[in-house]
Design a protein around this ligand. Structure first.
Ligand SMILES: O=C(O)CCC(=O)N[C@@H](CCC(=O)O)C(=O)O
Ligand SMILES: [Zn+2]
Length: 331
């Protein structure tokens, strides 16, 4: 992958109200800004799918922004011809500019209406705006609705690239999607066990999208990403956008499955996490280990099969400070 010659962040920050005038891309597709950090690209012919690609939901996670920028640069130059309807959303431009996960509140805890409980924060109004853009996009969509929300993680990980499938209200994750993720270099998938206020739960639950949060490596500032490490997802997205053959009967072969067993919640400033900063995502937790405690509440590992994901004692009180996961067979 080469570094893109188009900056979605710079283009987004250049105008408070983007020019809504559509323009034609080489090959006949059209592009237009729908709102701040929201681009819609429509193919010249009938679309084979409707794809929402979101990135920069967290302002410290910059590599996926560069992956998407490189794809956009090629679409704009006619080096890549879209065969699907594509909406690109740059989640939190102000936080990206600051290089921070968020400014006032974690944006990925404010979807599916949760923004109403945090009115007045900058992220609450952005979550409402992104939710409305997603609703508008999927209102005009066909049957094949996709949403990939691209992230990188604060910690290193036993599985460098992994996907998170939001709670599917009792349905199984589609095997064809899991196979696509595997082909994109994803090594493991976490299946959530409960609704959440994340962007992917919102688009899955409200709009019937096959939606996944993708964790593609370690979070680093702009200018410090090794883009070669993102070539798998880059290739897979380009093939999808170009309308490459999709095997609807494909099944995953090597992908490891996990399910969320319980959340570790930070209730107060007294929260203590008993894991060093160097502990990676998906590290196994020995039976009986005290993972964290908060006053009377103690989080203890049971059975020896459990692993830790996203341990973070610095989240706001009331939010998830880690997830304990366990292996599960993928159907
Ligand atoms: O590295 C971390 O601690 C967080 C990485 C990240 O932003 N993960 C997402 C996962 C969303 C989901 O559960 O679908 C998040 O925490 O928002
Ligand atoms: Zn993130």
């Amino acid at each position: 992958m080469t570094r893109p010659d188009f900056s979605l962040l710079a283009a987004t920050l250049a105008a408070e109200t983007p020019d809504p005038q559509p323009w034609t891309l080489p090959g006949g597709a059209t592009a237009r800004w729908l709102d701040v950090g929201a681009l819609l690209i429509e193919p010249a012919g009938a679309p084979h799918a409707d794809l929402l690609l979101s990135t920069g939901i967290h302002g410290n996670e910059t590599a996926p922004v560069e992956v998407v920028e490189a794809i956009l640069a090629d679409l704009f130059a006619g080096r890549l011809a879209p065969a699907l309807r594509l909406m690109v959303l740059l989640g939190n431009p102000a936080a990206l500019l600051a290089g921070e996960r968020y400014l006032d509140y974690d944006l990925n805890r404010l979807f599916d209406g949760a923004h109403a409980r945090h009115a007045g924060t900058r992220e609450a109004s952005r979550a409402a705006q992104l939710e409305a853009l997603a609703a508008g996009f999927f209102a005009d969509a066909g049957a094949r609705r996709l949403h990939y929300d691209l992230h990188t993680a604060i910690r290193g990980s036993v599985f460098e690239k992994f996907a998170i499938c939001p709670y599917l209200d009792g349905r199984a994750a589609p095997a064809e999607q899991l196979a696509w993720l595997e082909a994109a270099g994803v090594e493991a998938v976490l299946l959530h066990s409960a609704p959440a206020a994340t962007f992917t739960y919102c688009t899955s639950h409200r709009h019937g999208a096959d939606a996944f949060t993708l964790e593609l490596g370690k979070a680093r500032p702009f200018g410090h990403n090794e883009l070669a490490r993102f070539s798998g997802i880059d290739r897979a997205l380009r093939a999808l956008i170009a309308g490459g053959d999709v095997d609807r009967h494909a099944t995953p072969r090597t992908l490891r499955g996990f399910r969320a067993k319980f959340d570790i919640v930070k209730h107060s400033d007294g929260f203590r996490l008993h894991l060093a900063d160097a502990v990676e995502n998906f590290t196994a937790l020995p039976d009986g280990m005290l993972i964290a405690e908060d006053g009377e509440v103690r989080y203890v590992a049971r059975g020896g099969e459990e692993r830790i994901l996203f341990p973070n004692p610095r989240v706001k009180n009331g939010l998830r400070a880690g997830i304990v996961v366990e292996p599960v067979a993928l159907a």
